[in-house]
Design a protein. Structure first.
Length: 331
């Protein structure tokens, strides 16, 4: 019973019921592996994705806050959606115990969003560099802070906005600080020991109620390529591979694929109805997009922010190589 107590002691545990399975004696594990009743397919959270038409209509609404997310200010200065505020990516990232791209302390994040004029009643629209990848990271951050239902990605981002010949601006937005009150949602964040148990469940239980999604390119997932800073190549056992770019129409047109196509992709990766979806990548960036997609599709989603860089550095944790379960889009 020692391991059960150990798992229960983690306040960040996203799915206690499923992770306890890893600590059960053999007979009880067998019972836990019995097929479960099929759950209803979750409804798409359509409000998490807004169109350029929607944004154009509400651009001057005082409650709508548009954030341009980028690593440096060059892309913002070159032209942004009128009224958009600049969110430096580095402001919402931290390095902890040698692991990059971790969440900073809540009080720092509170200051960041407050200074940007994000208030408790704001509707936040996010877009940014790398085909929306950094905007997805900002979404994960806001969801962790309890603002996920008040935030959305701009479908197609600045690329689609410009392609439609809509106005862009080079003027910095006039921003007034607002009251931003975090309502931290720890269930969206998975720590290493919880991921260890989730991996065991996904690998050993006949009908697991968790699906692990590796959002890296296939060569990283299979171990054919070793990413920077990784002492071991491959993937977390039990994980399926959906490269995050497969969720988009194309790099040049980064609109999300239709929800029906995304649903098929995730179901093929094992994310069937009723399962919790946990995403990861190398350092927690690519996994942010997969996390957003899972949330958009209505799943109970979480992200292992330490991701494979932390996992591969930890002695005693297993690493799988080879094809595993690689899901490819039909594009």
């Amino acid at each position: 019973m020692t391991r059960i107590h150990h798992t229960l002691s983690f306040s960040l545990c996203p799915a206690i019921a499923l992770l306890i399975v890893a600590g059960l004696p053999g007979s009880q594990r067998a019972q836990a592996q019995q097929p479960r009743r099929q759950s209803v397919v979750p409804a798409v959270r359509a409000h998490l994705l807004v169109s350029t038409e929607w944004l154009m209509k509400y651009l001057k609404d005082p409650k709508v806050v548009v954030l341009h997310v980028a690593r440096d200010k060059a892309s913002y200065d070159a032209g942004h959606i009128p009224g958009a505020r600049f969110l430096p990516l580095g402001e919402i990232l931290a390095t902890r115990d040698g692991v990059p791209n971790e969440l900073p302390p809540v009080d720092k994040l509170q200051q960041v969003f407050s200074k940007l004029g994000v208030g408790d009643d704001s509707r936040v629209v996010l877009y940014g560099e790398q085909s929306g990848l950094v905007a997805a990271r900002a979404y994960f951050t806001l969801d962790y802070l309890g603002f996920g239902d008040q935030a959305a990605l701009l479908d197609g981002g600045l690329e689609k906005w410009k392609a439609e010949k809509r106005e862009v601006s080079t003027a910095a937005a006039d921003v007034k600080a607002a009251k931003f009150t975090p309502r931290v949602n720890p269930k969206v964040l998975v720590v290493r020991d919880v991921m260890r148990d989730a991996s065991w469940v996904a690998s050993n239980v006949a009908a697991p109620n968790v699906a692990l999604i590796d959002a890296r390119p296939a060569e990283d997932y299979t171990g054919a390529k070793t990413g920077d800073g990784l002492p071991r190549s491959g993937h977390i056992p039990g994980a399926a591979n959906i490269y995050w770019m497969q969720e988009l129409t194309s790099k040049e047109n980064p609109t999300m694929l239709p929800a029906s196509e995304l649903r098929k992709m995730y179901e093929a990766a094992g994310a069937t109805a009723g399962k919790k979806v946990v995403t990861y990548c190398r350092t927690g960036m690519q996994a942010s997009h997969a996390y957003f997609t899972a949330k958009y599709l209505g799943y109970d989603a979480a992200m292992y922010d330490g991701s494979f860089i932390e996992w591969s550095k930890t002695e005693g944790l297993p690493v799988a190589t080879g094809q595993g379960k690689e899901v490819k889009s039909k594009k």
